[in-house]
Design a protein around this ligand. Structure first.
Ligand SMILES: *Cc1c(COP(=O)(O)O)cnc(C)c1O
Length: 365
């Protein structure tokens, strides 16, 4: 039977060649490939300052620490996101305040964002989910009017451009993840980006044991170890060079799904934010028959995933939920959302196969 997995990294000889270079140069910690990767990211995103982090969650943690907000400050986070957006805030001694998202773009709803501001609010964390941008004009406008910091969770947004600017470089600080299922990967890894020099200095001290450079035992500040290996950076560099092929493939596959599923059953789809491109993270669909459809796809050898389980319902985060913040959209998205794969090994034939399963399911229903 056919087997179509949800995720499949696009790795091969290009990665091996650069990893071998790291090993032959005997640079196991951040070395030449780390420097080359950072330069690539600065050139590609147009961001002035970029540092590496072990993964997206720790990247967000590092970024939040670098914002240097008073302990107990409130940070507004969409409920519809990955757990790491919220857990990093809690570990940075901040109080997450969850707000609902837009039913069509699945990203933070600017009107609800503004309603959730209190005298304790210090920051907003827009999340760019599923490969397109949040409404950053609106987010930046609210932030400016209320004097709030903006930290962008751009974990899924490598290659996503909003009105000419790369996601993660629009607010005060931003994070892109390179986990195995992200657009490009290092296995584990992330970058933290800022255009502010003082923030960059804090990031450097925080990530490297509170000192400017390694090789000294005098530590000017408190810091931790958020460094990575040159082998991870080598993988990231090879991946970044392959990104144009990834982008083209994902967009072709996504467009084909969209065409084949138009008007089928009760399906509805993501609406891409105005001013943003789409680097499809998955193919997202909504249906009132999610469980039945997922079972039909599973029986046909297709691995699906649900959408995010909302943050305000997560057992360790429920206590941050404000009953006055209506979460109807996040809850419905969880109940109705289904993700189909768009990775490099999904062929056009595979998309026809999966869409046939979907069509047959609704014909029989
Ligand atoms: C993947 C992801 C993260 C966390 O990144 P990791 O590298 O897996 O730690 C955070 N936020 C969002 C929206 C993500 O998709």
């Amino acid at each position: 039977m056919k087997k179509i997995t949800q995720v499949m990294p696009f790795i091969g000889n290009e990665e091996l060649a650069l990893i071998t270079e790291s090993i032959e140069a005997r640079w196991l910690t951040e070395g030449p490939n780390a420097a080359a990767f950072l330069e690539h990211i600065r050139d590609y995103t147009g961001c002035k300052y970029v540092v590496l982090a072990p993964n997206g969650t720790l990247g967000l943690h590092l970024a939040l620490l670098a914002l240097d907000l008073p302990a107990g400050s409130e940070i507004i986070i969409p409920s519809f996101t990955f757990f790491g957006s919220a857990s990093s805030a809690v570990f940075a001694n901040l109080v997450p305040v969850f707000v609902d998202v837009d039913p069509e773009t699945f990203n933070i709803d600017p009107a609800r964002l503004e309603q959730a501001i209190t005298p304790n609010t210090r920051a907003i964390m827009p999340v760019h989910v599923y490969g397109h941008s949040a409404n950053m004009d609106a987010v930046m406008d609210v932030a400016a009017r209320h004097g709030l910091k903006v930290i962008e969770d751009a974990a899924q947004a490598y290659g996503v451009i909003y009105k000419g600017r790369h996601c993660g470089t629009i607010g005060d600080i931003g994070v892109i993840s390179f986990f195995a299922d992200k657009t490009i990967t290092m296995g584990e890894g992330a970058v933290v980006m800022t255009n502010d020099e003082a923030t960059y200095t804090r990031l450097r001290y925080l990530r490297n044991q509170g000192r400017e450079n390694s090789g000294t035992f005098i530590h000017d500040a408190l810091g931790m170890n958020y460094r990575i290996t040159d082998i991870q950076a080598a993988t990231g560099l090879a991946q970044a060079r392959k990104f144009p092929a990834v982008e083209k493939h994902k967009q072709t596959i996504h467009a084909l799904y969209r065409e084949l599923l138009e008007g089928v059953g009760d399906l509805s789809f993501l609406r891409v934010e105005d001013g943003s491109n789409l680097i499809p993270f998955r193919f997202c669909l909504r249906t009132a028959h999610r469980e039945g459809l997922a079972a039909a796809l599973d029986a046909a050898g297709v691995q699906t995933r649900s959408f995010f389980y909302p943050m305000h319902r997560q057992p360790p985060l429920e206590k941050y939920h404000r009953a006055t913040n209506d979460m109807a959209v996040s809850e419905r998205l969880y109940e109705e959302g289904l993700l189909l794969p768009v990775h490099i090994e999904v062929s056009e034939e595979d998309v026809h196969y999966m869409c046939d399963v979907v069509r047959r399911f609704f014909d029989q229903a």
